[in-house]
Each structure stands twice: as structure tokens, then as C-alpha cells.
Write a protein that binds this ligand. Structure first.
Ligand SMILES: *[C@@H]1O[C@H](CO)[C@@H](O)[C@H](O)[C@H]1NC(C)=O
Ligand SMILES: *[C@@H]1O[C@H](CO)[C@@H](O)[C@H](O)[C@H]1NC(C)=O
Ligand SMILES: *[C@@H]1O[C@H](CO)[C@@H](O)[C@H](O)[C@H]1NC(C)=O
Ligand SMILES: *[C@@H]1O[C@H](CO)[C@@H](O)[C@H](O)[C@H]1NC(C)=O
Ligand SMILES: *[C@@H]1O[C@H](CO)[C@@H](O)[C@H](O)[C@H]1NC(C)=O
Ligand SMILES: *[C@@H]1O[C@H](CO)[C@@H](O)[C@H](O)[C@H]1NC(C)=O
Ligand SMILES: *[C@@H]1O[C@H](CO)[C@@H](O)[C@H](O)[C@H]1NC(C)=O
Ligand SMILES: *[C@@H]1O[C@H](CO)[C@@H](O)[C@H](O)[C@H]1NC(C)=O
Length: 575
């Protein structure tokens, strides 16, 4: 009989093989890779996740030299460096951040043992995406994916409090996401929109202050000497991040331009790029942020092509995946837009250092390519870490030393710190060398102030200080169904981004590279172009105690180096 014979032969062969050497299996020795002991405030366990629930897991592969991108970034961004402005190409950046081929093959071999395969989702191949269901993910990672409810929304999240990877993959995998992180969105619109009635001001008052009837393009143009002269180079672009269904309506932009920029063509438009199936649905109601971000870029960066990068809405998904997908889209371009303005953020402590750092170093990649990456600092003053402590809460990505954080001011004659302006010191990142002396200067001055006793012990005095710069954050006139008045660093950021884009336009026509990653320049030659803000504070009440930082002479963790002056910026860049 044929069958038993062959079976016998097979069984003999396999027992022989076992006796000689056990075939290597990755899955035989799993070690806990990340875990958490308690749930963040406001998150609660609902129950085990249904086994068929689909998951899109992102695997971050280790880089051969994770700091190489930082060295390269500073090399091209520090005015004191011989390579200042000599930005890297797409392939140069990819060569610096690509995982080793040993890491790629080890991870693929492990997945193959489980009949799975992953696809690369970043141009350098350092991020993989694995689509699995909950039951498969639980067995693959010795995890327990469950459903949790999240604070201040109806959203639910599928997460695990612990996961493991094979011991043989330590050093090949940095992390897998979303697993143990519960990123908590920070507020970036200070006051909910409200309809306003235009005040009827006496003629003289209107003439004496361009800011007499709220913050408009004319108001910020006059405050910061922003020219109305149109940009001329159509290759010089400004990208604006759109998230969470914050659509921007074309017809409202047109109405806004007619009213507030009568010197511009009211048909001046923006383009939309969809990431994760994002679109700019014109039938959706306004949620303010999108209108604000578009009206104060198209309406200020006169004739700079504005691209709205709309990341798909999926409230059941994790917001950080949207950030990652946006970065990877921009990194995939041979010529990414030279400025990126984002008015969204997260609480620093809601993310692990490992996860924060993967995204932070991805922003460093954009910076090395010559992109100025700007983020709103947040609208919650110094923040409050959780309901049990009076520790301050820094924000992500402003805590990242490789992005530029924009805080807020209020008033106009002269401006003072806007009370909501988020600022402080990262618990994850040390003060980078470009800002060490500015931060030291602040801390020295601060320790003699009356407020010092109230803040001591609530922040990390050797951490990366933010924001880096500031711009007006109060009473922005935004066209929706009617004119709304909007507050927040959400408004400051597109205004600052527009200024950078206009400077880049002037640089480009002189054959010079764009400003790229701003900070090493801001804290050295650039700081002469800023108006120091020396009054106000960002104190908040946190579990019964009121404390915060004060705006003082020089850099401070409320308004950074101050507000920009376009004419002085031109001088500082040598134009
Ligand atoms: C989960 O996915 C695996 C394949 O990876 C499949 O064999 C299994 O039937 C799925 N389980 C459920 C409950 O969908
Ligand atoms: C800086 O860039 C130059 C050329 O672009 C390169 O030769 C040099 O190695 C770089 N230095 C570092 C530290 O990356
Ligand atoms: C702006 O572009 C959108 C999308 O292409 C288009 O629907 C709209 O009509 C344009 N607006 C103007 C004023 O041209
Ligand atoms: C959002 O994500 C969930 C879970 O992955 C999926 O079931 C749903 O189809 C997604 N919705 C959209 C609009 O993409
Ligand atoms: C805060 O304190 C409560 C009661 O002591 C405790 O149950 C909870 O886990 C604490 N939360 C945090 C984030 O430490
Ligand atoms: C803190 O307050 C105490 C009592 O008012 C005062 O003696 C001390 O100098 C203060 N410390 C600092 C660093 O200001
Ligand atoms: C426009 O900008 C691009 C990229 O910044 C630059 O390469 C090009 O030379 C500029 N063109 C003109 C006409 O100034
Ligand atoms: C902070 O500013 C507010 C006004 O925004 C003021 O009422 C308060 O006294 C200031 N606090 C300190 C400590 O200066």
C-alpha cells in the first residue's frame, strides 16, 4: 500500500530532522514588549473585542542608527553649519532611516510562520502595516485586545494593556501601534464658535487700528508687516492639515476673500489631497477649524498655492495613524510642500516615549527635506496632567525638538500673552542645544518671580521648552454660515505658516533654498526678527491650585521668542 509507506517514510524523516536540529521558530519565546498598569483618566473597559474585529496594526521597525536623521537635520538647519540649506533628497533621507535587511527578513519570517504578511507603508520601509483580526492578533502577540470607551467622545477604541513579541525580534521591532496607547486629543480651538455682530465703530477708531473690528487679514498684516504683494513662484507651496471632518467650504472662502481681501481675486482657491480616503465634503456642516485654517492661509499667503491635506475621518480609528499616514504621504513626494501647518495635537503623557519619538523623528525627516513643520502649541495654558496631581501637561507634537511650536497672543497695542497659550517643558525630551541658552535665561529670570513657588516641581526644568514663537490668537473673524469669532493657537499657526511661505517665495526667486526646519535659525540669527512679548501668563487651575508661566523678557514658555515682523525676517534671511 502506497499511502502508509509514504507516511512512514515521512515520519521517519521528520524524527530524524528533530533529532539533528530543531527548526528555528520565532514564536516559541514571546517577551512582553509594552504594557500599562492602569487606564488613563476617563478611559474605561467595556469588554473583550469580538474575535473577527479587523485591526490595522502598524509595526515600527528599528533603524540601524536612529540618531542619524537628527544629525543630518541639524547639519542642514543650523546657520552656523557649512551645509545650512543644503537639504537632503528623498533617497538620501530614506537611506538614513531604512531598517536593516536583517530586521526586514526576521520580521517577515515571523509573520510567515503565522501565514501572515505585512506591507510597507512608509517610503523608507521602516513602517509596516499588518491587517489581522482580533483573535489572530491576540495569539500572535499574546495580547488581549479589548474594547474601551474614551473620555469626552462617543468613540470606542480596541486596545490591549500588554503585548509581546518574540525574543529574537527584540532590536528589530521598536513598537506596534495601536496597542497600549490611548492618545488624548488636546484642545486647539479656545472658545467654541459664536456668531458675532460687527461692532459699529466710530470712523476714527477704525482708522487708528486695523484690529478695531476683530482679527482680520488686514489686522495681522498690519501687526506683522505682512505684504499684500502676491507670491510669484507656483512651486513654492503651503500645506494645511485637515483632520476629523474639519472640511473647508469653497464658497465661504470666496465670501471671506470678497469681504476681507478685496485686493485679491475672490476666486483664489486651494487644492485638496485626500489621505486615508479623506475628502473635503462640501455638504458637511462647518466644524470651524477647517474654515479658519484655509481662510487664514489662502487669505494671507497671497497667491502661494495652498494644499489642504485632508486625512479621512474614522472616529473608531486612532488619531495618530492619521498623523503617520500624512507624514508618509508627504515623504513619498519628490518635492513636498515647503511648509506644513497643523492645528491639532495630543497630551504628551497619553503617548509612550517610544511612540512619540517615532513620530517626532518622522517630522525630522520632513525637516531634513527642507519642510518647515509647524504645530499649534494648544489652548489649555500649562495643562493639567490628570485628576490626581497638579503636574503640568505638555503637548505633542510641540514637545518634539524637530518641529516649530506656535503659541498665542492677544490684543494689539501692544500684544500680551493669550491666557490659553499652551507652553512648558517636555518630560520626554531634553532642551535641544539650539535653545539651551534661551531656556536657561528664562529659568534664571523665572526663579526670582513671585509665581515661581507655585510652579516648582510641576514641570521638567531641563526639558525641551515650547512654544518657539507666537502669533495673535484672539477674536479671528471666520466666514461660516455667518461670521464667527474664533480664538486659539489654531489661528496663530496658519498665520505664522503663511509668513514662512511668503518668505520662502522670496527666497526661491533669488535662487535660495526654503527655510526648512526653523528652530536652530530662530534661536540664533532669526530671533532679531521677533517682537518680544513680556506681559501675561498661561496659568490655569489644576485640581485646586492655580499656576502657570509668565511672559517675560526673552524667550518664555508662553509666547516663545515672540511675534514675527516680516520686514525684519527679510533682513534676517539676507533679503
Ligand atoms: C481570524 O483570521 C484568521 C486568519 O488570520 C482566520 O483563520 C480566522 O477564521 C479569523 N477569525 C475570525 C473569528 O474571524
Ligand atoms: C553634513 O552634510 C555634508 C554634506 O551634505 C556631509 O558631507 C556631512 O557628512 C554631514 N555631516 C553630518 C554630521 O551628517
Ligand atoms: C475651487 O475648487 C473646487 C474644487 O475643485 C471647485 O469645486 C470650486 O468651484 C472652486 N472655486 C472657485 C471659486 O473656483
Ligand atoms: C473605520 O474603521 C472601522 C474599523 O477599522 C471600519 O470598520 C470602518 O469601515 C471604517 N470607516 C470608514 C468610513 O472608513
Ligand atoms: C487617581 O486616584 C484614584 C483614586 O485613588 C485611582 O483610582 C486612579 O487610578 C488614579 N488615577 C491615576 C491616573 O493615577
Ligand atoms: C518660596 O516662598 C518662600 C516663602 O514665601 C520664600 O521664602 C522663598 O524665597 C520662595 N522661593 C523662591 C525660589 O522664590
Ligand atoms: C521656484 O521655486 C523652486 C523650488 O523652491 C525653485 O527650484 C525654482 O528655481 C523657483 N523658480 C523661480 C522662477 O524662481
Ligand atoms: C495671569 O493673567 C491673568 C489675566 O489673564 C491675571 O488675572 C492673573 O493675575 C495673572 N496671574 C499672575 C500670576 O500673574
Amino acid at each position: 500500500m502506497v499511502v502508509p509507506t509514504s507516511l512512514l517514510a515521512l515520519s521517519f524523516f521528520s524524527s530524524f530532522a528533530v533529532a539533528t536540529s530543531l527548526p528555528f521558530k520565532y514564536s516559541q519565546n514571546l517577551l512582553v514588549h509594552e504594557s500599562r498598569d492602569f487606564l488613563p483618566t476617563g478611559v474605561s473597559f467595556i469588554g473583550p473585542a469580538a474575535s473577527h474585529t479587523p485591526l490595522k496594526l502598524r509595526i515600527a521597525l528599528s533603524q540601524t542608527n536612529p540618531d542619524a536623521i537628527v544629525t543630518a537635520l541639524l547639519n542642514v538647519s543650523d546657520p552656523a553649519s557649512a551645509d545650512y540649506g543644503n537639504h537632503l533628497s528623498k533617497s538620501e533621507v530614506e537611506a538614513l532611516v531604512a531598517p536593516s535587511s536583517a530586521s526586514v527578513s526576521a520580521v517577515n519570517a515571523w509573520l510567515q510562520e503565522h501565514c501572515l504578511s505585512a506591507t510597507a507603508i512608509s517610503p523608507a520601509g521602516d513602517w509596516l502595516q499588518l491587517e489581522v483580526n482580533v483573535s489572530k492578533a491576540n495569539s500572535l502577540l499574546a495580547a488581549d485586545f479589548s474594547t474601551f470607551s474614551l473620555p469626552s467622545s462617543d468613540a470606542k477604541a480596541v486596545r490591549t494593556l500588554s503585548y509581546s513579541i518574540p525574543a529574537a525580534l527584540k532590536g528589530h521591532i521598536d513598537l506596534i501601534h495601536p496597542t497600549t496607547a490611548f492618545p488624548e486629543a488636546i484642545k486647539t480651538i479656545g472658545l467654541s464658535k459664536r456668531a458675532i455682530h460687527e461692532p459699529v465703530l466710530p470712523r476714527a477708531a477704525v482708522a487708528s487700528s486695523k484690529c478695531g473690528s476683530g482679527t482680520t487679514p488686514a489686522c495681522v498684516q498690519s501687526l506683522y508687516n505682512i505684504p499684500t504683494t502676491p507670491a510669484t513662484n507656483s512651486s513654492n507651496k503651503l500645506a494645511v492639515t485637515g483632520r476629523f471632518g474639519n472640511n473647508a467650504h469653497y464658497n465661504w472662502l470666496q465670501t471671506f476673500l470678497k469681504k476681507y481681501r478685496p485686493d485679491m481675486k475672490s476666486t483664489t482657491n486651494f487644492t485638496v489631497v485626500g489621505v486615508d480616503d479623506g475628502n473635503n465634503d462640501q455638504d458637511a456642516p462647518s466644524v470651524s477649524e477647517g474654515e479658519l485654517d484655509i481662510q487664514y492661509t489662502v487669505g494671507l499667503a497671497t497667491n502661494v498655492p495652498v494644499q489642504y491635506v485632508m486625512v479621512g475621518v474614522n472616529w473608531t480609528d486612532d488619531g495618530l495613524n492619521g498623523y503617520l499616514d500624512e507624514i508618509n504621504y508627504l515623504l513619498s513626494l519628490e518635492h513636498p510642500p515647503q511648509v506644513l501647518s497643523t492645528s491639532y495635537g495630543y497630551a504628551e503623557t497619553s503617548m509612550s516615549y517610544a511612540l512619540t519619538d517615532k513620530l517626532c523623528k518622522a517630522y525630522a525627516q520632513l525637516g531634513a527635506r527642507g519642510v518647515s513643520v509647524l504645530f499649534a502649541s494648544g489652548d489649555n495654558g500649562v495643562g493639567c496632567q490628570d485628576s490626581n496631581t497638579t503636574l503640568f501637561q505638555p503637548t505633542f507634537p510641540s514637545n518634539c525638538p524637530y518641529v516649530t511650536s506656535v503659541g498665542g497672543t492677544a490684543g494689539s497695542g501692544p500684544e500680551t500673552a493669550w491666557a490659553g497659550s499652551s507652553g512648558g517643558f517636555s518630560n520626554y525630551y531634553a532642551a535641544p542645544s539650539y535653545q539651551a541658552s534661551a531656556v536657561d535665561g528664562y529659568l534664571t529670570a523665572h526663579t526670582s518671580s513671585a509665581n515661581y513657588n507655585a510652579t516648582v516641581g510641576k514641570y521638567n526644568p531641563v526639558g525641551r521648552g515650547f512654544p518657539d514663537v507666537a502669533a495673535k490668537a484672539d477674536d479671528y473673524r471666520v466666514q461660516e454660515t455667518s461670521i464667527a469669532s474664533i480664538y486659539g493657537t489654531s489661528a496663530s499657526t496658519p498665520v505664522f505658516a503663511s509668513i514662512v511661505a511668503l518668505i520662502n517665495d522670496r527666497l526661491s526667486v533669488k535662487g535660495k533654498p526654503p527655510l526648512g526646519f526653523l528652530n536652530p535659525w530662530l534661536y540664533s540669527t532669526g530671533k532679531s526678527a521677533f517682537t518680544d512679548i513680556t506681559k501675561g501668563n498661561n496659568s490655569i487651575e489644576c485640581n485646586g491650585e492655580t499656576a502657570g508661566f509668565e511672559a517675560v523678557e526673552g524667550w518664555d514658555p508662553v509666547t516663545g521668542l515672540g511675534t514675527p515682523d516680516f520686514n525684519k525676517l527679510l533682513k534676517a534671511v539676507g533679503l
